[in-house]
Ligand binder design. Structure first.
Ligand code: BGC
Length: 738
């Protein structure tokens, strides 16, 4: 039977092309199935009706290695004599004008193409296949321009024209079935306010920063235009501010037909809270014409958390929105500026929190496949996956370690050994790469790294924090080896060789970076450390958390960390690599009180600073806007970067105290660390076995603990006063006097 061919438009005729085929149906159809994929993105339609149940199909992968193909049951459309099958194509990621780097050469293909097979199974038992080939017609469309980063231009007056026939093109990739979750636009956000700024700009505020689309439903005069650009913030004077989008222009321009129009981008999306209307047909803006749709991978929500502190509740909302906005088929850094890339560091930092909030099992399986493919022969990997066109990024500790950390976290959350089995080779290759790089097999003190990215102990305006890069890299090396050991043990493989390696790394670390158990160098205070040092909050947190210290030194290292926090005015000075661990390091060493102090700190750098500044998502910088309204820089200042949202894994794992004893939460430990300042903490967490509810609440003279354990799950509850309870499914209430 004929094989489907990859087909493209004969030439670029200045709009998104559509490919059509009229299908005559002679017999009764029992089942009709459509399989489709594209280089670029496609929307599939039958008789003008979209049948694509996700957006940006076929999804984002490193297309050099593989592309997903979707299967649709389209039987309902074939109960008549004929039907028209149509594919609208956009550049998507495969042919993006911009993907990490603006270049004439598109990252994977110069022009979008599609490949599809429609299988008609007739009631008489026969089958017919209709495949994409040169017989398909190519038509123009109303979408004159659509690019992920640059926005979309639509003209509703256009009547599509036929432009000849498709040509076949050669595409070298592997086509596989859908393995990830589809991207959906399923949450509508309505405008909160219309603002005329001091500069006279007409601005709509949707009240929530997000990734998605602005939908315009309007009935105006034929030829009238609407155009707008997005922003995440207003500046201190209340004017529209979008310089932080850098090259990503995100311009949406729509021309009205004169009838009822609905405009929604098809192959572009924006990260925004506000839009500035640059063209609008009327003097008065009708807010009823506008709504926003949030876009994200279709992930099942698995955690609800509410506490007695409104600011912490807002922080959690910001964390969840940060995840949704950045989980668009791939875990990205931000959804607005000219990046939106699968940055490994951000992904590994947030992975545990991600797997608490939503079911990200399939999502990460898919991304790990790209990661494994993007790993070089020598075991190294650059900072971004799927690898994006010409963009070349550093091989960096803390980023490359996504190769070990993400599979481990996904295993820990879902208990599925398959991800460890699939990734073990890559995990080991990464560790071998580190071992073989530089002169010392037990230290990683060469190469260019991102370091403790955006930490505030270096002078204001620097990207890389003050912590010695070799210390960080060697610490993550040790952690990666720990995870290889753990993965091998889960898979029933011998890990003794790695245990020897881990011991030697620990010894080399101590020799190189510590003296009498203390990190070497001058203590780093916020904004003050003008040269790298080993004596930073991040260094101490990593040493305590990764077990890079002798047991006898734990107390003095914890005291040193607490004292450094005090010297920083009770604030953190940590960046991307220290922040996820600092609260854990404190709590695990008896200082949950200080961990809570940091959680409740309101002066920057702190989590609640951005909450007080009205943030609705996580900021890239602790002080993206400072208390005087100064904007950090236009160069790199996202207001929707989820990395620091990793704090939720401490709220869940330490404050509420829920950790899996057996991966996948079949057996759990509940070891709460309540604090009066939070008032109460109430978590409902969906495990595979049912809903786990874990709550504590301060009353006047007691703390009341309430647990509901899914049936079949064993829980070991340990309360702060030292009492232990081993319980199984069911409801358990314990009251402890203060
Ligand atoms: C991204 C980060 C990323 C980093 C590498 C930035 O431009 O937005 O989140 O991890 O580069 O340091």
């Amino acid at each position: 039977m004929e094989q489907a061919k990859w087909i493209a438009a004969p030439e670029n005729f200045g709009c998104c092309p559509s490919f059509r085929k009229q299908i005559g149906i002679g017999k009764k159809v029992k089942k009709a199935t459509l399989r489709a994929t594209a280089m670029g993105c496609y929307r599939a339609m039958i008789d003008g009706k979209s049948i694509t149940d996700g957006v940006f199909m076929p999804g984002w992968t490193n297309y050099k290695h593989f592309v997903q193909e979707q299967t649709y049951d389209v039987t309902a459309f074939f109960d008549k004599d004929s039907a028209q099958l149509e594919f609208l194509l956009g550049d998507g990621w495969a042919c993006a004008e911009m993907l990490g780097w603006r270049s004439k050469d598109r990252p994977y293909a110069q022009m979008p193409s599609v490949r599809a097979t429609l299988t008609l199974a007739y009631a008489d038992g026969t089958k017919e296949k209709i495949v994409t080939d040169e017989s398909w017609e190519v038509w123009t469309s109303k979408i004159l321009y659509s690019e992920l980063y640059f926005g979309e231009t639509q003209d509703a007056r256009i009547v599509p024209e036929k432009k000849g026939n498709a040509r076949t093109v050669s595409v070298k990739t592997k086509v596989i079935g859908q393995i990830g979750e589809k991207v959906v636009a399923d949450e509508t956000v309505y405008p909160r306010a219309f603002i005329v700024t001091p500069k006279g700009e007409r601005v709509i505020d949707f009240g929530q920063n997000m990734a998605g689309w602005v939908r315009v439903r309007i009935h105006g005069k034929r030829g009238q235009k609407i155009s707008f650009v997005p922003a995440e913030i207003l500046d201190k004077d209340g004017n529209f501010y979008n310089e932080n989008y850098r090259q990503a222009t995100n311009l949406c321009t729509y021309t009205l037909s004169g009838g009822e129009d609905e405009f929604l981008p098809v192959f572009s999306f924006q990260g925004f809270r506000y839009i500035r209307l640059d063209e609008y047909p009327e003097e008065t803006v009708d807010l009823g014409c506008f709504s926003a749709l949030a876009l994200h991978s279709d992930l099942k929500r698995t955690c609800r958390f509410v506490s007695g502190n409104e600011k912490i509740n807002q922080l959690y909302s910001n964390i969840v929105w940060g995840q949704l906005s950045n989980y668009i088929d791939v875990p990205t850094d931000c959804p607005q500026r000219d990046e939106r890339l699968g940055w490994l560091g951000d992904a590994q930092v947030f992975c545990r929190t991600a797997a608490i909030n939503f079911d990200v099992d399939r999502f990460f399986h898919k991304w790990m496949k790209d990661l494994v493919h993007d790993q070089n022969e020598d075991g190294s990997i650059e900072g971004v996956s799927p690898k994006a066109g010409e963009l070349s990024t550093r091989v960096s500790s803390g980023w490359g370690d996504a190769l070990t950390i993400c599979p481990w976290e996904i295993y820990r959350a879902y208990g599925d050994k398959a991800i460890l089995a699939e990734c073990l080779d890559s995990m080991e290759k990464w560790v071998a790469y580190i071992k073989n790089t530089g002169d010392d097999p037990y230290l990683w003190n060469t190469g260019g790294h991102y370091g403790d990215w955006l930490a505030t102990d270096a002078p204001y305006g620097t990207y890389v924090g003050a912590t010695d890069i070799g210390l960080i890299s060697t610490a993550f090396y040790a952690y990666s080896v720990d995870l290889v050991i753990a993965a091998r043990e889960v898979l029933g493989k011998d890990a003794s060789e790695y245990k020897v390696l881990r011991k030697k790394i620990g010894e080399a670390f101590a020799k190189e970076y510590t003296e009498n158990g203390f990190p070497k160098g001058e203590p780093a205070l916020i904004g003050k450390a003008d040269k790298p040092t080993c004596y930073t909050q991040t260094a101490l947190a990593l040493m305590l958390h990764f077990g890079l210290c002798e047991e006898k030194d734990r107390q003095k290292l914890t005291d040193a960390l607490v004292s450094l926090i005090e010297q920083c005015g009770g604030r953190m000075s940590t960046g991307f690599l220290g922040t996820p661990y600092i609260l854990h390091a404190l709590s695990a060493n008896g200082r949950s009180d200080v961990a809570y102090d940091l959680l409740f700190q309101e002066k920057a750098p702190s989590w609640l600073f951005s909450v007080n500044m009205g943030a609705t998502t996580m900021w890239e910088h602790w002080d993206g806007i400072d208390e005087n309204g100064r904007i950090w820089s236009k160069d790199m200042n996202s207001f929707n970067h989820y990395a620091y949202g990793a704090v939720f894994d401490w709220i869940f794992g330490v404050s509420a105290g829920i950790t899996p004893i057996e991966a996948g939460y079949k057996k759990i430990s509940i070891c709460p660390h309540p604090d009066r300042r939070l008032g109460f903490s109430d978590i409902a967490f969906e495990t595979k076995y049912g809903t786990l509810r874990a709550a504590w609440r301060y009353t006047q003279d007691s703390v009341r603990y309430e647990y509901e354990i899914p049936s079949g799950v064993e829980a070991e509850i340990s309360l702060p006063n030292g009492s232990h309870y081993a319980v199984c499914g069911g409801k358990h209430v314990i009251c402890r006097p203060l």
